[in-house]
Unconditional design. Structure first.
Lengths: 779, 529
């Protein structure tokens, strides 16, 4: 009967790229063969149609339909699926003429577009969740205004959330909020105005001098001497993030203040209110699901899209990170599988609108409650049987939950966060490299995990503590009107849920595979032998034949030495015993100052330092440099690094060395590279002046040098590999298609880890000589 | 009269035997009734007046050569070539044999009014020597008169302008040597003949040759047919060098060969116990053994290494031969054998080789795992005449810490060979066919060899070929006390103690195997009957 009612109908869907929207689209195409589907999709770079193909149809949700149509999938799609470009955050939905015509021809419009992230900024939540439904309604009214009769007006099904009821105890009825006795009376228009104003106010605040210098300071602390363009870009990014954070905080505060758990529920609630006010004669139904989770059986058990609300919490718990999660043990966790919600919406669409807008809850809490304690036991039991593996393949033991109050958990996590932060700061201040710098990066990641856990507690704590029971009488009423076949094919009665099997056979395996968490013993070995390690993959990627250029930094990337050491070596080369000692003592005394100067601004440091070569004889320096090549450069080189340069050449890539070292010093390295860009001192006859010919190749200059070299040689920078060790090389690393951090110092280690860059740890020759001081050999 | 070499049958009263272990040594007990220890002869008496003997030898040459004095004339080009740092081992105290001989030659040349004299260190594909190493070899006086004016050179086997192709032997072997030497009116070659392999036609044909020429005898086939390369009579390596040497002579390249031999006094008096027979140790020897093992255990490997590398041997000259190459070398070989031959009856199932801290290629450097292989299976295994001391299919047990350590300046291609080649295969033939050419012609290695102090890119391959005969002959190779990962990379089995190693060996050669302990250094040649 359900299929028959929808025969020949055209159904529009907004939010098809979302979890619910994708499932809905698939179900209509697969299970209701007589209908057509029109998707309203915000166009991506390559248009709405392309986005529909990439973001909707390619999802594993459609695997079943693909298999069942046996090669006819494309035909089915081109026949029954239409796409219109549009955006629910714009008045009139931003439709073109074709889009308008298509939307006007729809019999049912299902509005499921929303920003579901629980920590969205106040203003964007307002634009999408609050104003979105109203915009859809108004557009439909406008489209039909000129045409004959309201009878042709489509049926709008607006997807809301059960949590519009707010943080309160007791039964929440399936009724418009205005009809519920204890609902907050709140005018929505002023809320919209206030949210929009808040954005411009926060933006203005972020531009105050004090704030701007704070952002600049933070950018510098994060990136070090990375050069002006990168630092200013980072500072601006920090400013934007700050404004965003303020808006998120405002949204949370406003929502909590008015009795909703978060900005999502609050804007959704006002959205319902606005829609009811503005819908005019438009036939309307509202479906309010609770927490939508993995599919029970359609299109396949466990199908899920994106990271759902509870998933990160569960993964954090399984990893032993989240030791406790607040909640009332006997509280009800209202979870509903996505296919039940989809079935409910299809049923509402098939039934058609009622005379007055009706509201349906799609929730399990009142009919088949899942208690918090029960959920925790099921989760714990499952992870005890299927523990997650840590990095050394040992099982992680899941902690016992004690159902603490939210405040206590939050306090614990905050404390952990603070400890980690100070440890992190201490490490950041140390001049660490390579594996030790990795430690700091790991610490940072751990810190980020704790932060995330804290945000879950703040965000979802309200949900686990909620004691509202969403009644489902009208839902069941609708269900009972369905004939037996429809009940079987489009079941949405929450009573069918077996919590144990849903949780342990469907939901948790799906969450675990979705989060790419490795379980102990889970086909780990075969995986390792069949697939390459991450390092090996990175290595192959940079050495792939399609790369064209490899750019190397020298100091601490290919050799564990620097300009100060080479100067010291050369200066002592022809000194006698006592002078050598005196020189070494002086250099050691100066070392910290030199190091600090180098860190602050490499270019200034080099200019300043190279003055010391004033008056040096070029021929002497050239002769000594060849000796230094063996005694210092190769002795302190990273053999694996040098091998890598050679591997690039073998693969046919151009190799380019960019270094702040002097030309005479790097001359012996010439056979390794196609080109060397280095510092040169001006000469007065055969004597050096101590002044640089050009700006030294450091910081952002390196990115330019690399780009110039690439364009001069017809090389695509996307095919360039850049190797460097420090954050001051960020401009170059960012400009290259394949950045590689070599023995990175702390800041770069953190950045590389965050961005997933390939990292190499190149040691000096094992067991090789380790000269204590960089001094020339005794004559 | 010094005592000859000696084979001790181990019985229950035999004390534990000193076994070298890199920068250190251990006392190991051997199973009684089926083990034997092979001891070298004691050091021969040295020449009373080496300089006078040298002068005499130059005046009364062997073979059909005229005295050196008569070969020199004003306006001639004279090239004096000499052995590099790989000889002797350990490096000898000053004055080095080379210094003595070169000074004597230069005196005669000066008297004859020869101005155009160039000294060339015959490196072959070895690393260039440093200033202090050259000074040690030729002496300060020679160094200061020749080096500053560019007349003390080191052979460059990769300098296209500095090489000349002399011809091809009847076996199709290219002979390409140093141009200055080839185009001189006379080459005087100054040898230190530590082992029977050195000297003869090999001096010029190998020491002053290029890769193009060397590859004809430095390859797996030749090494497998040299049994052993320490026995010139049965060495394909030497046959090839002799063919080349004869071609050189036929082409008009004049060589005046000077060979010197040393006694095997390898260690200074405070380490005398290292070359004594254990049951003859006096309290002082026992005390020095205890003190040195205790002291070494307190040192880091790096410090221990520099300590051992600083050892200068009290080696003393035992003979000088000069004149025509083959006649000189025959006499030299006789002298070497007099010092080193030890008669050994039959083969055993197992041979134990304690590897010392030094081999020809890690003087002032690091004995990397590839050199450990070469020292054990190339050098020590091949120190035999007749048959190897271990039977075919038997087991060699090497004792060495085998650290995963490399000298980045001296052995750059070794590092890559270890990482890239040995991780794929340890089969000498496969290695030769797949990788040799790439390493041999690599620009970067060539650059490092020519301008730095690196062994040639192909050198680690030769080290591997040096062991090819042993790898073919042996059933298993076990390294005691080595870095497990490094030992496995070499394709050998690691064992933590000698007892474990012997247990492992019995899997291959059966229970109660017979055992030879090769008590070297000092160097000796087992004359296996």
């Amino acid at each position: 009967m359900l299929r028959e009612s929808l025969e020949g109908k055209r159904i529009a869907i907004t939010g098809a790229t979302g979890f619910l929207g994708t499932a809905l689209t698939e179900r209509l195409l697969r299970s209701v063969p007589g209908c057509e589907v029109a998707l309203l999709i915000r166009p991506g770079r390559r248009g709405a149609r392309d986005r529909a193909r990439r973001d909707v149809l390619r999802n594993s949700c459609f695997d079943r339909l693909r298999a069942e149509t046996d090669g006819g999938f494309d035909e089915l799609v081109s026949r029954r699926l239409h796409v219109m470009a549009g955006d629910v955050s714009v008045d009139g939905l931003g439709l073109d003429e074709d889009g308008k015509a298509l939307l006007a021809s729809c019999d049912v419009v299902i509005h499921s577009a929303a920003t579901v992230s629980f920590d969205s900024a106040l203003d964007s939540a307002v634009e999408i969740n609050l104003l979105g439904p109203t915009r859809v309604a108004r557009t439909l009214l406008d489209l039909h205004a000129g045409r004959s009769g309201a009878g042709r007006l489509p049926h709008l099904i607006s997807i809301s959330t059960a949590y519009v009821a707010g943080s309160r105890r007791g039964r929440a009825p399936e009724a418009a909020l205005s009809d519920t006795p204890w609902s907050t009376e709140l005018a929505w228009r002023p809320e919209v105005e206030a949210a929009r104003r808040a954005r411009s106010e926060q933006d203005a605040r972020s531009r105050e001098t004090k704030m701007l210098s704070e952002f600049a300071r933070r950018a510098r602390r994060e990136l070090g001497a990375a050069g002006t363009p990168l630092l200013s870009a980072r500072a601006e990014k920090l400013r934007e993030e700050w404004v965003q954070d303020q808006m998120v905080a405002l949204g949370k505060a406003r929502a909590r203040g008015l009795g909703w758990p978060d900005a999502y529920a609050y804007t959704k609630a006002l959205g319902e209110r606005a829609l009811l006010e503005e819908r005019g004669s438009l036939p309307l139904s509202i479906v309010r699901p609770s927490i939508i989770e993995a599919a029970l059986s359609e299109p396949r058990p466990g199908w899920i899209r994106g990271f759902r609300m509870a998933d990160p919490v569960i993964i954090s718990y399984a990893k032993g990170l989240l030791k406790e999660f607040p909640g009332v043990p006997e509280g009800v966790i209202d979870v509903i599988p996505v296919d039940l919600v989809v079935a409910c919406i299809v049923a509402v669409a098939a039934r058609g609108p009622l005379a007055v807008p009706d509201v349906l809850h799609c929730a399990s809490g009142s009919r088949n409650p899942l208690r918090y304690r029960q959920l925790v036991d099921l989760v714990r039991e499952w992870f005890q049987a299927n523990p997650v593996a840590d990095s050394s393949d040992q099982p992680i033991t899941v902690p016992e939950w004690s159902f603490p109050g939210r405040q206590r958990v939050a306090r614990q996590l905050e404390r952990a966060g603070r400890t980690l932060e100070s440890a992190e700061r201490a490490l950041q201040a140390l001049p660490l490299r390579g594996k030790r710098a990795e430690l700091s990066a790991r610490l940072e990641e751990r810190h980020a995990e704790v932060d995330r856990a804290l945000s879950y507690v703040e965000l979802y704590g309200a949900y686990t503590e909620t004691e509202a029971i969403f009644s489902v009488e009208r839902l069941i009423e609708l269900y009972e009107t369905l004939p037996e076949t429809d009940r079987r094919d489009f079941c949405f009665d929450p009573a069918v849920l077996e919590w144990r099997s849903y949780c342990q056979d469907v939901y948790l395996p799906s969450v675990v595979s979705h989060a790419r968490v490795r379980l102990v013993g889970a086909s780990h070995r075969s995986e390792r032998s069949a697939t390459l390690s991450r390092e090996e993959r990175g290595r192959r990627a940079v050495l792939s034949k399609s790369r064209q250029l490899a750019v190397f930094d020298l100091e601490n990337t290919l050799i564990a030495s620097n300009v100060v050491e080479s100067y010291s070596w050369l200066a002592t080369r022809h000194e006698s015993g006592t002078d050598r000692v005196r020189f070494v003592a002086r250099t050691l005394r100066e070392a910290p100052r030199l190091l600090a100067a180098d860190r602050a601004d490499r270019s200034d440091f080099l200019r300043h330092f190279y003055r010391r070569y004033e008056g040096a004889r070029l021929d002497q320096l050239q002769a000594d440099a060849w000796e230094m090549f063996s005694d210092l450069v190769i002795t302190k080189s990273f053999p694996a690094g040098i091998r890598r340069v050679r591997e690039h050449r073998q693969a046919g890539h151009k190799t380019l060395l960019i270094t702040g070292a002097l030309d005479v010093m790097v001359e012996p390295l010439r056979p390794l590279f196609d080109e060397i860009v280095c510092a040169r001192l001006t000469r007065n006859g055969s004597v050096l002046t101590g002044e640089l010919e050009d700006a030294p190749p450091t910081g952002e200059a390196r990115a330019l040098i690399m780009a110039d070299y690439a364009s001069a040689n017809g090389i695509d920078l996307a095919e360039a590999v850049a190797y460097a060790d420090s954050a001051s090389d960020l401009p170059m690393l960012e400009a290259a298609g394949h950045p590689v951090a070599v023995n990175p110092e702390t800041k770069l280690a953190a950045i590389a880890r965050r961005r997933g860059w390939h990292v190499e740890h190149w040691p000096r020759s094992p067991g090789g000589p380790r000269p204590l001081l960089p001094i020339g050999p005794l004559p | 009269m010094t005592r000859p070499g000696f084979v001790l049958e181990v019985d229950r009263s035999t004390p534990p035997i000193l076994t070298w272990h890199g920068e250190g040594f251990r006392l190991e007990s051997l199973p009684a009734g089926r083990s034997r220890v092979i001891y070298p002869p004691e050091p021969l008496e040295s020449l009373k007046d080496p300089d006078a003997t040298i002068r005499r030898a130059l005046e009364s040459p062997l073979g059909d050569s005229k005295p050196l004095r008569e070969l020199l004339f004003p306006g001639m080009r004279l090239t004096i070539a000499f052995d590099d740092i790989s000889l002797p081992l350990p490096p000898m105290r000053r004055p080095d044999n080379r210094q003595r001989v070169i000074e004597a030659v230069l005196d005669i040349a000066a008297a004859a009014g020869v101005d155009d004299v160039v000294l060339i260190c015959a490196l072959a594909l070895h690393r260039r020597m440093t200033e202090s190493e050259l000074r040690h070899a030729v002496g300060d006086r020679v160094y200061d008169s020749f080096a500053p004016i560019g007349r003390l050179l080191q052979h460059d086997a990769e300098d296209p302008a500095g090489l000349v192709h002399i011809g091809v032997t009847e076996h199709g072997e290219d002979v390409e040597i140093n141009r200055r030497a080839a185009e001189s009116d006379l080459i005087v070659y100054v040898n230190i003949n530590l082992v029977a392999m050195d000297g003869g036609h090999k001096s010029v044909a190998t020491g002053l040759a290029s890769y193009r020429s060397l590859r004809h005898h430095h390859n797996v086939r030749t090494m497998r047919h040299s049994r052993s390369f320490m026995d010139p009579e049965h060495s394909a390596l030497h046959s090839s060098n002799w063919r080349m040497g004869r071609l050189l002579a036929a082409s008009g390249v004049k060589i005046f060969q000077i060979e010197t031999t040393l006694n095997n006094d390898a260690f200074p008096p405070q380490m005398a116990f290292l070359q004594k027979r254990e049951w003859e140790w006096n309290p002082r020897d026992r005390a020095s053994y205890a003190a040195s093992t205790r002291g070494l255990s307190l040192l880091t490997p790096r410090l221990a290494r520099s300590l051992f590398q600083s050892i200068k041997a009290p080696h003393a000259m035992t003979s000088v031969q000069a004149g025509e190459v083959e006649a000189v070398h025959a006499e030299t070989t006789r002298m070497v054998h007099r010092q080193q031959l030890v008669e050994v009856q039959g083969q055993t199932d197992v041979a134990i080789f304690g590897l010392p801290h030094i081999c020809p290629y890690n003087v002032n450097s690091i004995m990397n795992p590839i050199l450990v292989m070469c020292m054990g299976l190339g050098y020590l295994f091949n120190l035999y005449r007749g048959r190897p001391i271990v039977r075919e299919g038997g087991v060699a047990i090497l004792s060495h810490p085998t650290p995963w350590a490399f000298h980045p300046v001296h052995h750059p291609s070794y590092i890559d060979f270890f990482e890239e080649v040995l991780s794929e295969t340890t089969d000498p033939v496969a290695i030769e066919n797949t990788y040799e050419e790439r390493y041999a012609t690599d620009e970067w290695y060539r650059h490092l060899y020519r301008t730095g102090h690196a062994y040639h890119g192909v050198h680690p391959f030769y080290m591997w070929y040096w062991g090819a005969h042993a790898l073919e002959h042996l059933g298993r190779v076990i390294i005691v006390g080595g870095d497990r990962k490094a030992v496995r990379r070499l394709g050998f089995s690691p064992a933590s103690t000698l007892a474990d190693a012997l247990e492992m060996a019995s899997d291959v050669v059966g229970d109660e195997p017979t055992i030879s302990h090769f008590h070297c250094p000092p160097i000796m040649i087992a004359d296996v009957k």
